[in-house]
Design a protein around this ligand. Structure first.
Ligand code: CMP
Length: 139
């Protein structure tokens, strides 16, 4: 089915000027960037976004990393976009990521792992709605 997924190019990506390089991988995979904005996430936004992880030992580190510099928030559209983007990103830990994936090419560590992508249709809808309104998305 035609789906939309939510993507973040994380601070380690913007710090290394990799926005275009990561977007090239996304587009080469057949995903369309139908909304995109560069922002400085607030602590509150990051805590809301990652609320599901708030009991994890790395939560504080995750929120501080995600607010450490600019991020690029995006909506990606395509056939099976959610699963396809997860395949294109590669495993969360770059040490386990397959060749050709974004994380294999660019990620520095399990925390500084270059990109986020939604894991299911329900989370995609919630994540997209946190950062974009309907008018921002042009398919
Ligand atoms: P993301 O897909 O953005 O969602 C949760 C994030 O938590 C995940 O990517 C990782 O970057 C991060 N994460 C997972 N495990 C760890 C860890 N052990 N230490 C720091 N960050 C982690």
């Amino acid at each position: 089915a035609l789906e939309r997924t939510f993507s973040i190019l994380k601070p380690d990506a913007t710090a290394r000027n990799l926005t275009g390089a990561v977007n090239a991988v996304i587009e080469a995979a057949g995903l369309r960037i139908v909304a995109q904005r560069r922002i400085q996430m607030t602590t509150k936004q990051a805590e809301t976004f990652y609320a599901v992880h708030k009991e994890r030992p790395f939560f504080g580190e995750l929120v501080s990393f995600m607010t450490s510099g600019p991020v690029v928030v995006q909506v990606l559209e395509g056939e099976n976009a959610i699963a396809k983007y997860r395949e294109v990103m590669g495993a969360t830990n770059p040490a386990n990521a397959a060749d050709g994936t974004i994380r294999k090419q660019f990620a520095l560590s399990v925390g500084e792992n270059t990109v986020h992508g939604s894991d299911a249709p329900e989370t995609a809808a919630v994540e997209i709605a946190q950062f974009f309104s309907g008018n921002d998305i042009v398919g």
